[in-house]
Write a protein that binds this ligand. Structure first.
Ligand SMILES: [Zn+2]
Length: 455
């Protein structure tokens, strides 16, 4: 397959009339000043596509259902209550259909890949499925249906809170001990030969609340080298709880007690001291920022300027999937910093384009922690590519140097024309090629779920 782009962002900047040859999912040749050849797929402006580093796909079905305040309850209550209620009714077919819709929407928004932080493993009440990896296979099926690049992250979730509190209610669907978790990871790995080559398996010890230090150490040892994703320091209460139980703040504790490095993704990393921010930046790990969800849940913003000054790496994730829009995610990241620091153009070191810093930083960070050789258009990399229409009214009039800023601050997903996930050409003319069927399945799923929840 050959893609001929009127303009493409390569590792050394913009180039015109670029031909990209893709074989077996990877970029095998890049030609500049190329001429059209019969059979070429032509696009306007070609960019490296981003990887969405953090998703709980089933939560997509809850979007719009938790935006009301219940008298006398804390602000997080409506969200958590609905999530646990949802979990009473979610069947494997539902989970697959919701995941397919979420993955499709990610691709239409310009993401080529997703890190699925997968923590629903059991039946309602906690009983295992006959195949303990049943729901993992449903995520694989949704990824195959959409063609998205998948880094699957089975979650170790053993406790209901700090101090080894037992699981209760909806949490029973998440529960696993170290042995059960290891079997789950092995089952996922044994499926890899039937999945696309770019599929990856990592591990996700859920948080310092839901795992204990000895179990965390055990899974880090037995799965050394693979991507490690963990929620951390999302809300002040979590920081206080970890302080009390482990004697240190969450990021401080994990930096001191685990070999945190380039394969680590610390999700949220919202509430950090300057020392934690500097330590995380120096570790080479990626801060997994989920600005839309963090704003939706009232988590707070992390300290962007200090983190960038320390050379910190970051990427973005859609997390709760309340709104799947790659450009809005990057925009919210910058705007949360502007509101915090009472300043413009915050997420850039020194001088330069904020949009370019956000976009290319997230491209590199996302690829790094999903274990994908992507994030740049270069020979040998996976063909994770996105094309946009620079003549769209949201972008026309911008110079090439302003294009990243136009995408991050002025555009919506409607400027995205084409997306390839490891060379799989899934979005064409702005629409996923399997959109109609995926939407019908999702609508039927939601009708079924609403019927069950009302009964
Ligand atoms: Zn999350």
């Amino acid at each position: 397959m050959r893609i001929l782009a009127a303009r493409a962002w390569l590792v050394d900047g913009w180039h015109s009339d670029v031909a990209i040859t893709v074989e077996a999912g990877r970029i095998t040749a890049i030609e500049r000043h190329a001429a059209y050849l019969p059979g070429d797929t032509t696009t306007d402006t070609l960019l490296p596509a981003l990887a969405n580093l953090h998703s709980h796909s089933f939560q997509r079905a809850m979007a719009g259902m938790t935006e009301f305040r219940a008298a006398g309850q804390d602000s997080f209550w409506t969200w958590r209550t609905l999530m646990y209620r949802f979990l009473e009714y979610l069947m494997p077919d539902h989970i697959e259909a919701i995941a397919a819709l979420a993955f499709m929407e990610m691709q239409e928004a310009g993401y080529a890949a997703v890190g699925e932080f997968h923590y629903v493993h059991n039946r309602t009440g906690g009983r295992r499925y006959d195949d303990p990896a049943e729901l993992t296979h449903r995520i694989f099926a949704a990824a195959s249906a959409t063609g998205i690049g998948l880094t699957h992250l089975p979650v170790l979730y053993t406790y209901g809170g700090v101090g080894k509190a037992p699981l209760t209610g909806g949490q029973l669907r998440f529960g696993n001990d170290v042995d059960g978790f290891t079997r789950l990871v092995e089952a996922a790995k044994s499926t890899l030969p039937g999945l696309p080559d770019d599929t990856r398996i990592g591990i996700a010890p859920h948080s310092l609340r839901a795992t204990a230090p000895d179990e965390l150490a055990a899974v880090l040892t037995s799965h050394a080298g693979c991507p490690v994703h963990m929620h951390i320091a999302e809300q002040p209460k979590e920081v206080a709880d970890i302080m009390e139980s482990l004697g240190a703040r969450p990021v401080e504790w994990v930096l001191a007690n685990a070999d945190v490095g380039a394969h680590w993704c610390l999700i949220h990393a919202t509430h950090m001291t300057p020392a934690e921010t500097a330590g995380l930046a120096a570790s080479g790990a990626v801060a997994g920022l989920c600005p839309i969800t963090e704003a939706n849940l009232g988590d707070g913003p992390f300290d962007g300027p200090a983190y960038l000054d320390g050379g910190g790496r970051f990427g973005v994730g859609t997390d709760s999937n309340v709104r799947i829009s790659m450009f809005e995610e990057l925009r919210m990241l910058e705007y949360s910093q502007r509101l915090l620091h009472l300043s413009r153009n915050v997420m850039v070191r020194g001088a330069g384009s904020v949009g370019k810093t956000l976009y290319l930083g997230a491209a590199q960070g996302g690829a790094q922690v999903l274990g994908r050789t992507s994030g740049a258009i270069a020979v040998g990399n996976l063909a994770d590519l996105m094309a946009v229409d620079s003549a769209h009214p949201q972008l026309c009039g911008l110079s090439p140097d302003q294009l990243f800023d136009g995408l991050c601050f002025a555009a919506g997903s409607e400027v995205v024309t084409d997306v390839w996930s490891a060379g799989r050409y899934m979005v064409r003319g702005g629409r996923h090629i399997r959109r109609d069927r995926i939407v019908v399945d999702y609508q039927a799923t939601m009708a079924d779920l609403m019927r069950l929840m009302r009964a």
